[in-house]
Design a protein around this ligand. Sequence first.
Ligand code: DX5
Ligand code: ZN
Length: 213
Amino acid sequence: MIIAPSVLNANFLNLEAEIKAIERGGANWVHLDIMDGSFVPKISFGPDIAKQIRRCTKLPIDCHLMVEHPERHIVAFAEAGVQYITVHAETTMHLDRLLNDIKELGCKAGVAINPATSPEKIGEVLDLADLILVMSVNPGFGGQLLIPYCLDKVRRIRAMKLNTLIEIDGGISLQTLPLAKKAGANIFVVGSSIFSTEHIEEETREFVKISKL
Ligand code: DX5
Ligand code: ZN
């Protein structure tokens, strides 16, 4: 089980200290939400910040591209030193090519689907992708409630492929994590439930504990 805190809701003026706090709390990965103000309404940050984050932690970095034309950006994130690059199936007509290109850059390649996108849409690339990210909120903002039918999509993907990484992203709390785990997810992105609290290290530790139960 992997806990991947998303720094989207972190205090960027104190980012290094907050990343050290999730490390001490036992976080497994750091999740970066890259938003372009087009595929999703907000703009977050880009590869230069990813590079700085790479310098301040040894944890694997999991980069979630919520951007149009992802093929224009994968080189910059690979050069920033991230380990996983995940692209949305809705943002490219050439998913097979894009996943292969990410791998050629030396990164693991993930594919993400929005709540309204069926698992069947990515059926052909399940073997090619290193990770499947199921959005359990409509992407764009932290702090939303998990959409329950997305758990069923996790179940369906798990039934389609028993041995794969399935990441769930959006609305994960200490209450919803066990439901997502039962559905078959093994990577849990946690944003506001960790970074919008006063006790980042302790909250991270709670998530790590719950994920192991
Ligand atoms: C949503 C992002 C998520 C989000 C998670 O667009 O992809 O990673 O920040 O945040 P919470 O856990 O607050 O839903
Ligand atoms: Zn994300």
